[in-house]
Design a protein around this ligand. Structure first.
Ligand SMILES: NC(=O)c1ccc[n+]([C@@H]2O[C@H](COP(=O)([O-])OP(=O)(O)OC[C@H]3O[C@@H](n4cnc5c(N)ncnc54)[C@H](OP(=O)(O)O)[C@@H]3O)[C@@H](O)[C@H]2O)c1
Length: 220
């Protein structure tokens, strides 16, 4: 869309959300409340027309959504994210916000980690994208309206491009998260494992989904 992708993006600027499932719909709801121009990119746009209309968003193919925006959110399964990252010839400096977790079947764990991350694997395939890891450490319900919880919703943000990381940090803050600068993209190795902690507690440990992690600060 824009040729100067290093320019600051505003809340009203178009943002593409690839995937219109739990995470895509929740983030779209929050972004629309902020006044963002949301474009869903999905394999079958007709299947998501009602959702898009309900949210006041647009819906089209992945290529159409990416072409419309300087910020693109990956809200798809990890395997699909790898394919999408590689399928675009040139991301032209777009900020690619990776909300995926590389989940093993049955939410039994992560399929990769420790020495790499979903975010780094996506970055390795997405030519000229500025990949930022965010929106992966809490349940989708908490992403629609973090203010509905009785404490701040912790959200680490990691990325190698300082401007892109700062942009997503500021966006996540405006969306109502306690967004924290986690430094370079390799920190996604830890934030993806942290997401698995939430998933384990929510499902295997029986805590349910209606909670999020918060930070506590030592008193001076
Ligand atoms: N659910 C959570 O609470 C949560 C929290 C944090 C992070 N995550 C991560 O976020 C990602 C999405 O999770 P989700 O729960 O939202 O999944 P979901 O409800 O299954 O939605 C996935 C979406 O991705 C779309 N999709 C699949 N392949 C695609 C492709 N090649 N191109 C474009 N769109 C494609 C699907 O399209 P169709 O609708 O046509 O099938 C669907 O809309 C996952 O990586 C997950 O690990 C999830």
């Amino acid at each position: 869309m824009t040729t100067n992708m290093t320019a600051a993006t505003t809340d009203a600027a178009p943002i593409a959300i690839l995937g219109a499932g739990n995470v895509g719909a929740a983030l779209a709801r929050n972004l629309r409340a902020l006044g963002a121009d949301v474009h869903f990119g999905v394999p079958d746009p007709a299947a998501h027309r009602d959702l898009a209309e309900h949210l006041g968003a647009r819906v089209g193919s992945v290529a159409e959504a990416v072409a419309a925006a300087d910020r693109v959110v990956l809200a798809v399964p990890y395997a699909a994210a790898l394919e999408i990252a590689a399928a675009i010839d040139d991301w032209r400096g777009r900020i690619l916000i990776d909300a995926t977790n590389p989940l093993a079947p049955g939410l039994s764990g992560l399929s990769i980690g420790t020495t790499t991350s979903a975010a780094e694997q996506i970055a390795a395939r997405a030519r000229n994208a500025r990949v930022v890891k965010c929106f992966n450490v809490t349940g989708a319900e908490n992403m629609a309206d973090p203010g509905a919880l009785d404490g701040p919703v912790f959200m680490p943000v990691a990325g190698d491009d300082a401007d892109a990381r700062a942009d997503v940090l500021a966006l996540a803050t405006r969306l109502g998260f306690d967004a924290v600068d986690a430094g370079p993209l390799r920190a996604a190795r830890f934030t993806e494992a942290f997401a698995m902690t939430w998933i384990h507690l929510a499902f295997a440990a029986g805590q349910g989904r209606a909670w999020a992690f918060s930070r506590a600060q030592r008193r001076a």
